[in-house]
Design a binder for this molecule. Structure first.
Ligand SMILES: [Zn+2]
Length: 194
């Protein structure tokens, strides 16, 4: 099964990841793309848990998991792979190739689940990028986390609002501090100011 846990900035995706790990009843591994310079999964409450494997865009999940470390021989003498559940933080920064590798792992396995945690939309109120678009297509289950609107404080924020103009052409601005999150109504009000 492929599950996508998503939401705005400040929606607690990383806290949800930590909670899911604590509740996991299978072995797991956590991966995180190296584009995010915040070293740890942001855990404001400072839970300790297994450090994520930091990976770059060349990292190949198939080569990593279809390797002797995860291989054993079953009763019929056949070579099989026992792959743990895979958790991906900041999944928007994986390549589509990497997402397809993970898709293949799930399709080949009866037991391995992949959990993606990442942003749904950018500050232009569009799907964040092609990677997220692809994850939306292949996910068996999608969970949208709610976050608190920075203006009215209703727990219904759906939009990332960029407080400062980013470098041209970049939607890879990292860090919750650069954003406010707003509900639909508050976003309308703020946009009408300009
Ligand atoms: Zn609001």
């Amino acid at each position: 099964m492929i599950k996508f846990i998503t939401g705005t900035m400040k929606s607690g995706k990383s806290m949800k990841l930590i909670k899911d790990l604590l509740e996991s009843n299978r072995d797991y591994m956590v991966f995180k793309p190296d584009i995010d310079k915040r070293n740890e999964i942001e855990s404001r409450k400072h839970f300790n848990y297994t450090k994520p494997h930091i990976i770059d865009s060349d990292f190949n999940f198939l080569e990593f998991f279809y390797s002797p470390e995860y291989e054993y021989t079953d009763y019929d003498g056949e070579k099989v792979y026992e792959i743990p559940n895979i958790y991906i933080d900041e999944c928007q920064f994986l390549t589509i190739t990497q997402i397809k590798q993970l898709e293949k792992i799930v399709n080949k396995s009866f037991v391995t689940n992949v959990y993606f945690y990442g942003l749904l939309s950018d500050f232009n109120y569009r799907i964040f990028n092609d990677t997220i678009q692809y994850i939306l297509i292949i996910a068996d289950k999608i969970i949208k986390l709610k976050s608190v609107c920075d203006k009215c404080e209703d727990n219904n924020a759906k939009f990332n609002y960029l407080k400062e103009i980013p470098f041209a052409g970049s939607n890879v601005l990292i860090g919750d501090d650069a954003y406010d999150v707003y509900c639909s109504e508050c976003l309308d009000k703020i946009r009408s100011l300009y």
